[in-house]
Design a protein around this ligand. Structure first.
Ligand code: PEP
Ligand code: MG
Length: 540
């Protein structure tokens, strides 16, 4: 037996034979050509076929993993239409008088290297997508590049997997996957999570494993090759336990989230876009506690219009059918940069012009979003929440702007509801003055990701600080309790929408503190509901 350590990107146990997945390496030769236009036409034809293939993959993926998992194929279509990418291919063909295959391979390598060198982890993960789209065109041009996997249910072991490959595998045959490359932010990792497949990355894979029995432990990151009988027995038992647990969790669907002493807790979901809604419904969330609206801005090349935003918010409100939908106003800046905002490069972006600070300094952007939100509020139970608040004065300024927007809507006889408005508590300043803020708003939602960063003075983006980062730091936990107490004194509710809210080792402590709402990734809803329903300790 051999054991290898990797990084788990989705938990769970998989047991089965290894199917080694090796792509036929497409040999791309550099060949001189006479007619550049004819070569460009070949490229355009191959691109058109690749676009069609991506359209078909999108349809297939929507059926298998839902819209959010399938979105990557739309992104690939967009990447294929990218002007810079296409200009590079044309220019290599024309200036070097070479074949389309060579121009595509070179462009793919250059662009992928460029993305790999970027600081932002999200963009680094796009390097794999760049390779994927280039390989797709190459396989159309050369008629090759298709790889085979075993017909038996197996654990796929590969150097790397492109999203298009992950989704093409027959799900009933895919027990799990293990790769040498890849990052936890890559779309392949996101797909693995959406498809509920245990997966490990960063393992030094070997072709000699093909056909051997293996175990993925998606909790510890361990990968066993040729496990002993004793290890096999332990993991068979764990797997059965996991399946039992999944069945048990399904029994939590439709049940109210209430502690044994009768305190009803709002158990809501965090989402980034409308495509996450399927998972919200599937996991029976009581509402949406954090819609990170900035993703509408991040996905766009220019400011999303009022109409575009209105449609997105209305769709979420309608889909949630009367359940609360808390939409956070844009939190651009810091780690979420958008070119068209033309923000100055800052020494210290986490403490820079971000979130509410942008909204207050560029009220025209803020007002467009507020109009869209208020208009959509006529179609469901929308609440608005403001990020990165540090003072009561800021809340007053928000109120003035909201009043202006409402007056404009009134003048135009446009309907809107009396929306609840809350603030995120994600700065130590907001915690300390939460008694004052509580007099101004309808609810608090504690953003523990930023609150921990600002309290412990640890940049949440810096992986070198992991050893100093204690997400369960007593300072943060005491702050949460203080915020909840101050909220209750003014008769408003307080919840947690940062990642800490999903830390199940703290759920009981949150109940004891009197936390009224937890907003977590959809897959955490049912396990947390179970803990809350079993909780028989005190609540405030
Ligand atoms: C937080 O800071 O905890 C939060 C929920 O906001 P974000 O992670 O989007 O900054
Ligand atoms: Mg935050």
């Amino acid at each position: 037996m051999e054991v290898f350590k990797g990084k788990a990107i989705f938990s769970g146990i998989a047991i089965g034979p290894v199917s080694f997945y090796a792509k036929d390496q497409m040999q791309v030769k550099r060949q001189r050509i006479e007619d550049a236009d004819a070569e460009i036409n070949r490229y355009e034809a191959a691109k058109a076929t690749a676009m069609e293939q991506l359209g078909e993959l999108y349809e297939k993926a929507v059926k298998e993993v839902g819209e959010s998992g399938a979105q990557i194929f739309e992104v690939h279509q967009m990447m294929l239409e990218d002007d810079d990418y296409n200009e590079s291919v044309y220019s290599i063909i024309k200036t070097q008088m070479v074949n389309a295959e060579y121009a595509v391979a070179t462009t793919g390598d250059n662009f992928s290297e460029m993305f790999a060198a970027m600081e932002d982890e999200y963009f680094r993960a796009r390097a794999a997508d760049m390779k994927d789209i280039s390989e797709r065109i190459l396989s159309v041009l050369t008629g090759g590049g298709q790889a085979k996997i075993s017909d038996e249910p197996s654990i796929i072991v590969a150097d790397d997997l492109a999203p298009s490959e992950t989704v093409q595998f027959d799900k009933s045959k895919l027990l799990g996957f293990v790769t040498r490359h890849g990052s936890s932010n890559s779309h392949t990792a996101i797909l693995a999570r959406t498809m509920n497949i245990p997966a490990l990355i960063q393992i030094d894979i070997q072709e000699s494993w093909n056909g051997k029995m293996a175990i993925i432990d998606g909790f510890t990151g361990d990968f066993y090759i040729d496990p002993t009988d004793a290890v096999m027995e332990v993991y068979q038992a764990k797997k059965t336990e996991q399946e039992e647990r999944r069945k048990l969790l399904a029994t939590q669907k439709g049940k109210p989230t209430v502690t044994k002493s009768g305190k009803a807790v709002k158990l809501f979901a965090n989402i980034g876009s409308v495509s996450d809604l399927a998972s919200v419904l599937e996991n029976d969330a009581g509402g949406i506690g954090l819609f990170r609206s900035e993703f509408l801005y991040l996905q766009s090349d220019t400011y999303p219009t009022e109409e575009e935003q209105f449609k997105a918010y209305k769709m979420v409100a309608e889909t949630m059918a009367g359940k609360k939908v808390i939409i956070r106003t844009l939190d651009i800046g810091a780690d979420k940069q958008v070119d068209y905002f033309n923000l100055d490069k800052e020494e210290n972006p986490a403490m820079g012009l971000r979130a509410l600070r942008i909204c207050l300094t560029r009220p025209e952007i803020f007002k467009t979003q507020l109009r869209a939100l208020l208009r959509a509020s006529a179609y469901g139970n929308i609440a608005i929440m403001y990020p990165m608040v540090t003072s009561v004065e800021e809340v007053h300024r928000i109120k003035e702007i909201v009043a202006e927007v409402k007056a404009e809507l009134d003048a135009a006889s446009i309907k809107y509801a009396d929306v609840e408005q809350g603030v995120m508590i994600e700065t130590p300043a907001a915690v300390i003055i939460s008694d004052l803020l509580a007099k101004e708003v309808d609810f608090f939602s504690i953003g523990t990701n930023d609150l921990t960063q600002y309290t412990l003075a640890i940049d949440r983006q810096n992986p070198n600080l992991d050893e100093f980062y204690n997400e369960k730091h007593e300072a943060v936990l005491r702050m949460i309790e203080m915020v909840v107490d101050n909220a209750h004194k003014e008769g408003i509710w307080a919840g947690i929408c940062g990642e800490l809210g999903a830390n199940m080792s703290l759920t009981e402590r949150f109940m004891a503190m009197g936390v009224d709402e937890l907003s977590v990734s959809p897959t955490f809803i049912l396990p947390i509901r179970q803990i809350i329903r079993d909780y028989d300790g005190p609540t405030k």
